[in-house]
Design a protein around this ligand. Structure first.
Ligand SMILES: *Cc1c(COP(=O)(O)O)cnc(C)c1O
Length: 500
């Protein structure tokens, strides 16, 4: 299996190379040349296997440069469940049923309590394995700019992984209290966390500038080190996510909720379009999917695109209570456009340059028709997000976070609009305990607490269980308290690599 760029570069690379490079030479994203097939027999075979074995199988279909023994070893370590590390639920990605045709796929039982763990627990192993295959001797330094969930998940995934260092920059005023504590208390000898004055954009622009600085590159090379990224445009983040869609389907068969071959819907709270793109790939492989429903929050640029065929980022940016979906340019959409246009790199290139020069593009009728074959979309206001959390808890006894609430509301709207009564899975992306302030407010509880105390307050108010990794936060010491200016980011990377 080889990989090509979404922008037409004729060069083909191996899976290991795609993961190591992150971006293609022409600025495009790496995509598999073809989709492997998932037959109905192989789905039935997977129903008998554990989450870890299902994942190793799916990744193996895409990463032909790894042996199944290697992938099973990575997967078994990444998706383990024992008393003091890894996942806190034996099923890894369990389903929770709230009514006859609605299931929540809980992707937040990993060590950092958000769905980013599903990829970032295994991605460091894929990356170091790839470096070994390519004969790379230098140490890799992973840089991350985060708006919250990715930073902690990457820190946890790379913590004490041999041959790697990881440095996370987060906006001083842009993450939730729990998210900040999670990062500043991170263990490990190869990690560093720094707050940057400004918002997420400042941190992100700073990291991008570091990646394109050739002089810095040379200095790092002399020190036996090179930079890499762990953000969601890396193929190594995407491929493990295909597995949980297949796994959820297997579990629904095992629970007699569907018969093999029955088509189901997935509704996904969407930001950078990585999660829902993995569902689309699963569908292209042959997983029986009826509709993929893309859920946006008040920043409804994606919902608008799917409904009209026009992508327009010239609009106000809103800070919402579902911050991981606050985004105006969804990078992974480029991979979908490539498939919808019949793998036409020139078409993708023209859309992307229009996006840069005019802030918008309009897809052709053919591409739009292909989009509408499977995608549906909607958005959810701040008010409706809170109402949905309250109603789901009061009526169903089920506590969900702000991102998951956006998806649940959008699914309900879709059902009303279409009377489609297929079995539907709401993809649940974070533990409600990561967003205590907003969840408490939604439940109508006025809180005067802050930091880790908010966690106890939410537990008391809802009599739900605190996820073990968050319960432990109260007793952790803050290790990383430094705040820097955007202009100091570059020198802080050099200091970190030098070991200062
Ligand atoms: C990252 C994130 C999302 C958005 O996922 P994408 O793959 O960027 O679309 C949704 N919810 C939570 C909790 C997240 O952390």
């Amino acid at each position: 299996m080889l990989y090509q760029s979404t922008r037409g570069d004729l060069n083909r690379v191996s899976g290991a190379k795609a993961i190591t490079c992150g971006l293609a030479n022409d600025g495009g994203l790496f995509v598999p040349e073809t989709f492997p097939t998932l037959t109905s027999d192989s789905i039935l075979e997977l129903t008998k296997k554990s989450y870890s074995k299902r994942t190793a199988y799916i990744i193996g279909l895409f990463m032909s440069d790894f042996t199944s023994k290697e992938l099973e070893e990575y997967s078994d370590t990444a998706y383990s469940c024992n008393r003091d590390s890894g996942f806190t639920n034996r099923e890894i990605a369990p389903l929770y049923k709230t009514d006859e045709s609605t299931h929540f796929l809980e992707l937040w039982h990993g060590p950092t309590c958000a769905f980013k763990d599903m990829a970032l627990q295994i991605m460091p192993r894929l990356l170091t394995g790839s470096l070994k295959k390519l004969g790379e001797k230098r140490e890799v330094c992973v840089l991350v700019a985060t708006s919250g969930d990715t930073g902690k998940a990457a820190l946890n995934g790379f913590c004490d992984v041999q041959g790697t260092k990881i440095m996370v920059f987060y906006p001083r005023d842009g993450v939730s209290e729990v998210q900040k504590l999670q990062m500043t208390t991170q263990h490990g000898d190869n990690v560093n966390v720094i707050a940057v004055e400004g918002n997420f954009d400042d941190a992100q622009t700073g990291v991008k500038a570091i990646f394109t600085d050739d002089k810095l590159d040379g200095k790092l090379d002399e020190m036996g080190c090179f930079l890499s990224s762990a953000n969601s445009i890396n193929w190594g983040r995407l491929v493990p996510q295909i597995a949980y869609y297949v796994s959820a389907y297997c579990d629904l068969i095992n629970k007699n909720e569907i018969i093999p071959g029955e088509k189901i819907n997935f509704c996904v709270p969407t930001g950078n379009f990585g999660n829902i793109l993995a569902a689309y790939y699963a569908e292209r492989m042959g997983l029986p999917i009826n509709k993929l429903i893309c859920a946006s929050n008040r920043n409804d640029v994606l919902a608008h695109f799917i409904n009209t065929g026009q992508y327009n980022k010239n609009r106000p940016f809103y800070t919402t209570i579902s911050p991981s979906m606050d985004i105006l340019v969804s990078s992974n959409l480029e991979r979908l456009l490539f498939e919808l246009s019949g793998k036409n790199g020139e078409t993708v290139k023209s859309y992307m340059s229009a996006l840069i020069s005019e802030g918008q593009y309009q897809i052709s009728d053919n591409v739009k028709a292909e989009l509408s074959r499977i995608f549906q979309a909607g958005y959810c206001s701040e008010e409706d997000t809170k109402k949905t959390i309250k109603y789901t808890f009061k009526d169903r006894g089920y506590l969900i976070d702000t991102h998951t609430a956006v998806a649940y509301k959008v699914l309900q709207d879709y059902r009303e609009r279409t009377s489609d009564d297929s079995v539907s899975v709401v993809v649940s992306t974070a533990s409600p305990y990561k967003f205590c302030e907003a969840v408490l407010e939604a439940l109508g509880i006025q809180s005067k607490e802050s930091g880790a105390n908010l966690i106890d307050e939410l537990a008391k108010a809802t009599r739900t269980e605190i996820p073990a990794p968050l319960r432990a936060l109260k007793n952790e010491k803050e290790r990383f308290t430094k705040t820097i200016k955007k202009t100091e980011m570059k020198s802080s990377v050099l200091d970190f690599v030098r070991g200062r």
